[in-house]
Design a protein. Structure first.
Lengths: 99, 455
C-alpha cells in the first residue's frame, strides 16, 4: 500500500479549518503523526463494505421531541448565560468585529 | 468508629442508623484527601467546605452548578457551570454530594491522565505508574479510598481502563442508558457516564440512581431501569462466550489470571464456549476515525467568547485529534474515511448481535498490559488506542462492559477482567460479577489496594 503523506500545506490548511495556530515544530510533528494514523486506519479496507448501511447513531431512536406543553427548565437567564464571559456589555457577549 | 474501607452502601447504612453524621463522614474523607491527594493528584478540585451528603468523586467532566468544571483542560480553567449535569443532579437527589472533581486526561482524550493540564494522576499501587485513563482520577481516588465511589465517563474505555489498572470495579453502561446532559462532550455517539466502585452492590446501586431517560438528552433510552440491586442477587447460570481474537498479543500474566477467573466461572456452574468476534484492530480504526471527527466538531465550540479561554489554550493531544477529525471529515476524504468507518461500525454491531444469539455474556482480558510507568506514553505512537484495543469494540457497538479485578501481576499491579453483555443487559453483567465477588472476593485485590492507604 502506498504510504499516505500529509504535506506541510495540508497541515496548515487543516489548522486553518480548525482555527488552530501551530508552531513550525507542531506542523512538522503533525505531518508525521497524522500520516501514521491515517496509515493505520487503512485496515478497514480489508472488510467488504459495498452493501453495508452506515451507522450514525446506535440507539435507533427516532423523532425524539418534548411532549406538548412541557416546560424547558434548561433555559438560562441572560445574566446566567453571560456570567462566564470575559468580555460582555450589559447582558451581551462582546465579539471581535466581523466586517 | 472505624470507617476505613467501608463500601458506599455500608456508609449509607451507618448514616441511616445515625451511627455517624454526614459531617463526620465528609470530614473523614477530607482528611484522607488532604493526606494522600498531594501525592496522588486524583482531584483537581476538592470541596473542603462540603460537609453534607454522602461523599463521592465526580470526574471533572460533569458540569456542577457553581463549582469549577475544567475537563482537565486550561481552556476551561475558569469555567463555572451555570447548570448541573443530570447524573450529578440525580445523585444529589439520592442524598449524595461530590466531595471533589477528579482528574482525567484533558477532554477525556487518553488512557493515562498524562494529558491532563493539571498534572498526571499517580497509580495508588505504584506512584511511578499511570492510573490509566481517562477517568484515572476517579479510579485512583477509590482505589486509595479517598472516596468510597466515583463517577466516570467512558468513550472508548475511559472507565474500564483505569478501573483495570487501579484494581476497582468500573462499568460502561449501554450507550443511552445514562444521560449525557451536562457532560462535556467528547465523542457524542460514544460517551457513557458510569459508576466506579469497590463492590458490585455499590455499582448496581449507583447505576440504578443515574440510569434512565432524560428529556434533555434525546439519545437517552426510555427502556425500563431494572432494580439492579435485586437483579444481582438472583441465582442465574449463564452461557458465556470467549473470543480468541481478544487474547492476541496480551501479556501472559494477564492471560493466566483471566483463564483462572474463567475456571472460577465454570466452577460456579456457568457454561463457557468459544465465539468468533472480529479482531479488535477494526474497532480501533473505526473508533479513531469517528471519535476524532466528533471531537473536531465538539471542540469547535470553544472560542473563548462565551466562557473559558480561547483556542490557543488547547494542549497537544486535543490539537492532534481536532486536526485528524477535520481531515477525515473534509471534502474528498469523507467517503473514504468517515463513511467507510460508519459502515464498519454496522458490521461490528451485527457481529455482536449475532454472537449474543448464542451466548448471554462475553468475558476476556481488559488491557493488553498492566499499568505502565509514567513517561512510557511517548514510547507508543498509538498509545491510547493500543491500551484500549479490547475496550473499543464494546464502545463501537454501544453495548455494556464491566471491568473487575482478577489478581495481581509479578509487580503487584492489578489485572482487569471484562464482562460484556447485550444491549441494556447490565443486570446480567453485574449478576455474574456479583457471583464472582462472592466466590473470590476478587482474590483480595480491592482490599489490598485500600490497606496500603491507612487512616
Amino acid at each position: 500500500m502506498k504510504k499516505i503523506e500529509l504535506t506541510r500545506e495540508d497541515i496548515l490548511h487543516l489548522a486553518k479549518l480548525s482555527s488552530l495556530k501551530l508552531t513550525d515544530q507542531e506542523v512538522e510533528k503533525y505531518c508525521n503523526q497524522l500520516g501514521e494514523t491515517v496509515e493505520f486506519v487503512k485496515n478497514l479496507k480489508e472488510l467488504k463494505t459495498d452493501v453495508v448501511i452506515p451507522t450514525s447513531q446506535i440507539t435507533n431512536l427516532t423523532d425524539v421531541f418534548f411532549t406538548d406543553g412541557e416546560t424547558n427548565k434548561r433555559v438560562l437567564t441572560k445574566e446566567k448565560a453571560t456570567e462566564n464571559a470575559k468580555y460582555k456589555k450589559e447582558k451581551y457577549f462582546v465579539v471581535k468585529r466581523i466586517m | 468508629m472505624n470507617l476505613h474501607g467501608k463500601s458506599l452502601l455500608e456508609l449509607r447504612q451507618l448514616l441511616t442508623d445515625k451511627k455517624i453524621s454526614e459531617k463526620e463522614l465528609n470530614l473523614y474523607f477530607l482528611k484522607r484527601i488532604k493526606k494522600y491527594n498531594p501525592k496522588l493528584n486524583a482531584f483537581i478540585t476538592v470541596l473542603e467546605n462540603n460537609h453534607s451528603g454522602i461523599p463521592y468523586g465526580a470526574k471533572d467532566i460533569f458540569c456542577t452548578k457553581g463549582i469549577r468544571t475544567t475537563a482537565a483542560a486550561k481552556v476551561l480553567d475558569n469555567f463555572i457551570p451555570p447548570y448541573e449535569s443530570t447524573v450529578t443532579r440525580k445523585l444529589q437527589e439520592a442524598g449524595m454530594a461530590a466531595l471533589g472533581k477528579t482528574n482525567m486526561d484533558a477532554w477525556a482524550h487518553g488512557a493515562s491522565t498524562e494529558t491532563s493540564d493539571y498534572g498526571v494522576t499517580k497509580n495508588p499501587w505504584d506512584n511511578g505508574r499511570y492510573p490509566g485513563g481517562s477517568s484515572g482520577g476517579s479510579a485512583a481516588a477509590i482505589s486509595a479510598y479517598l472516596v468510597s465511589a466515583a463517577i466516570g465517563t467512558d468513550t472508548g474505555g475511559s472507565i474500564r481502563h483505569p478501573s483495570a489498572w487501579c484494581g476497582v470495579i468500573g462499568l460502561k453502561p449501554t450507550y443511552g442508558r445514562v444521560s449525557r446532559y451536562g457532560v462535556i462532550a467528547m465523542g457524542s455517539s460514544w460517551d457513557c457516564p458510569g459508576p466506579m466502585t469497590l463492590t458490585v452492590e455499590d455499582n448496581a446501586y449507583l447505576l440504578k440512581q443515574i440510569a434512565g431517560q432524560d428529556k434533555y438528552d434525546a439519545t437517552s433510552s426510555g427502556s425500563a431501569v431494572p432494580d439492579y440491586s435485586n437483579e444481582i442477587k438472583k441465582n442465574k447460570k449463564f452461557k458465556i462466550g470467549i473470543a480468541e481474537s481478544y487474547f492476541d498479543g496480551i501479556d501472559d500474566q494477564i492471560k493466566n489470571q483471566v483463564y483462572k477467573a474463567i475456571k472460577v466461572l465454570k466452577k460456579l456452574g456457568h457454561s463457557v464456549k468459544p465465539i468468533k468476534l472480529l479482531p479488535p484492530k477494526y474497532s480501533i480504526s473505526v473508533y479513531t476515525i469517528l471519535q476524532r471527527a466528533e471531537v473536531s466538531s465538539n471542540l469547535s465550540r470553544y472560542d473563548g467568547v462565551r466562557y473559558g479561554n480561547d483556542r490557543s489554550f488547547f494542549g497537544q493531544e486535543a490539537k492532534r485529534r481536532i486536526m485528524l477529525g477535520t481531515y477525515t471529515l473534509s471534502y474528498g476524504y469523507y467517503d473514504a474515511y468517515y463513511k467507510n468507518a460508519q459502515k464498519v461500525r454496522t458490521i461490528i454491531i451485527e457481529n455482536f448481535k449475532s454472537v449474543f444469539k448464542d451466548v448471554d455474556l462475553i468475558v476476556g482480558p481488559n488491557t493488553p498490559v498492566t499499568a505502565l510507568k509514567i513517561g512510557e506514553f511517548d514510547k507508543y505512537p498509538f498509545y491510547g488506542e493500543l491500551m484500549d484495543q479490547l475496550n473499543e469494540p464494546a464502545s463501537t457497538a454501544g453495548i455494556p462492559d464491566l471491568s473487575i479485578p482478577v489478581g495481581l501481576d509479578s509487580h503487584n499491579l492489578p489485572i482487569g477482567f471484562k464482562i460484556m453483555g447485550n444491549y441494556f443487559d447490565e443486570a446480567n453483567i453485574l449478576n455474574l460479577a456479583y457471583q464472582f465477588e462472592k466466590e473470590t472476593d476478587f482474590f483480595g485485590v480491592i482490599k489490598k489496594g485500600i490497606e496500603r492507604y491507612k487512616d
